[in-house]
Design a protein around this ligand. Sequence first.
Ligand SMILES: Cc1cc2nc3c(=O)[nH]c(=O)nc-3n(C[C@H](O)[C@H](O)[C@H](O)COP(=O)(O)OP(=O)(O)OC[C@H]3O[C@@H](n4cnc5c(N)ncnc54)[C@H](O)[C@@H]3O)c2cc1C
Length: 492
Amino acid sequence: MSKKAIVIGSGVAGLAASIRLAQKGIETHVFEANDFPGGKINSRLVNGYRFDQGPSLLTCPEYIEEIYTLCGKDFKSFEMADLKSSFKYFFNDGTVLDLKRDNEQVVNEIADKLGEDPETVEKYLKKAEKNYRLIAPLFIERSLHRWRGLLGKQLRQALLKLPSYKLMSTMHQENSRAFKNPRTVQIFNRFAQYNGSHPYMAPAMMNMISHLEINIHPVLPKNGMIQITESLYALAKEQGVQFHLGEPVEKIIVENRKIQGIKTSKGTYSSDFVVSNMDISFTYEKLLPNAKHPKKTLSQEKSSSVLAFYWGIKKSFDQLEVHNMIFSDTDKEEFDAVFHDKSIHAEPSIYLYVSSKIVEGDAPKGCENWFVLLNAPINQGQDWDKHLAEKRAFVIKKMSALLGEDIAPLIEVEEALDPRIVESKYHGKFGSIYGNASNNRFSAFYRHPNYSKEIVGLYFAGVSVHPGGGIPLALNSAKIACECLFQDSKLV
Ligand SMILES: Cc1cc2nc3c(=O)[nH]c(=O)nc-3n(C[C@H](O)[C@H](O)[C@H](O)COP(=O)(O)OP(=O)(O)OC[C@H]3O[C@@H](n4cnc5c(N)ncnc54)[C@H](O)[C@@H]3O)c2cc1C
């Protein structure tokens, strides 16, 4: 008789896990609390403007390709938009950098506009690539908790290189040593935001993330980020996965330390395996209140959250690209506010994503869909309505000055996101968007493994467990969780 698996949550990791399970011939059911699949990767259409609600930047599409290949599908059908620019940066002193999808142009642009030595920039980027190639297969693509997966040549090579990862320095310290212009440092510090961490605290090893954006360049699916959810959801259904949308799981049923199934408001369902894509803290607190809880793992510092505005703007601005960063001069204070004071700095940097620049139909003709995002601390009961009102005024002032026109009267559609919504809509603990922060050099080892050491048949996939936050890592967490499940049940 075929085995049965239940996946709790249809975030990108839940979808990927369900496809991998179904591919092994396991009868797979996904239970999703929301009435739509995809978790944070969802989209809303408001009066002719379409807004990707969560992620806007995709790196490592090869992890999606891997799932296509697994299902015997050609990844060419997952079309990409023809992005010309990776990122456009605007600084307070009027400097503007447009980093194209051309490595030589990127080095020259940084050298010309910021006065860096091109050789230094090249050397930095080569090192980022080297470190990424050594580290990714060990820390991102495998379980850190099953050592047999780690032994071998790769591990020896990575360990020999340990001093070059500069575990004792922070990202900011290394970037300040490498570059002379604080603006360049600001650009490279930005990569801490890939998993919601503080560049003045996160280990320098994380500087390798710049490889993904500056050497390889991000991509954008042709229909926007929602294409990730739509394609994986369709693929899962093709593999026979059955979806139960709008049916939150209330309990994981365990007997004699072995998975029996789950309970929802509609009934109980038996299964041999459960893969939880729900935030790990909530999985223990809400679904396994009587199980032994890994207190140290669950008490780790959480990554940042966001304040965001989705604005339909009835004009188009040539100065803007698809991905834009409008830096403030105070990034240390900004990150300190988010992580130490749990407040929002008066002048935060602004990230602006305008998919309608390239995705057809994302805004009415001559208009743009702005997704404005500001770093925010996790939800600890702050007055978010007040913060939203203040930051709305700040963004309008800043963008109006940058574009030379009052943008307030151009906003014809408006919605907002704050940590309270991240917590209630996506069920992320305290509204954190990337699970645990990586603000110390042992963070990787404090993430929860992708399996339970206490309960047979229980596995975990998603940003709150190993290897961490962001779409590529969430996809890898699904792969690792399924590999552990297949190993344990001799399905390899
Ligand atoms: C505003 C924003 C911007 C971001 N930008 C980027 C970016 O540019 N690039 C990037 O790579 N990442 C970005 N991220 C992070 C990225 O969205 C996440 O890392 C990734 O999508 C998380 O996937 P996941 O599968 O772990 O979980 P989620 O997407 O959180 O999905 C978990 C699912 O579980 C469901 N669930 C929870 N509890 C239950 C229950 N009891 N029963 C049933 N279902 C349940 C939830 O409803 C949800 O659908 C961003 C996130 C946000 C919010």
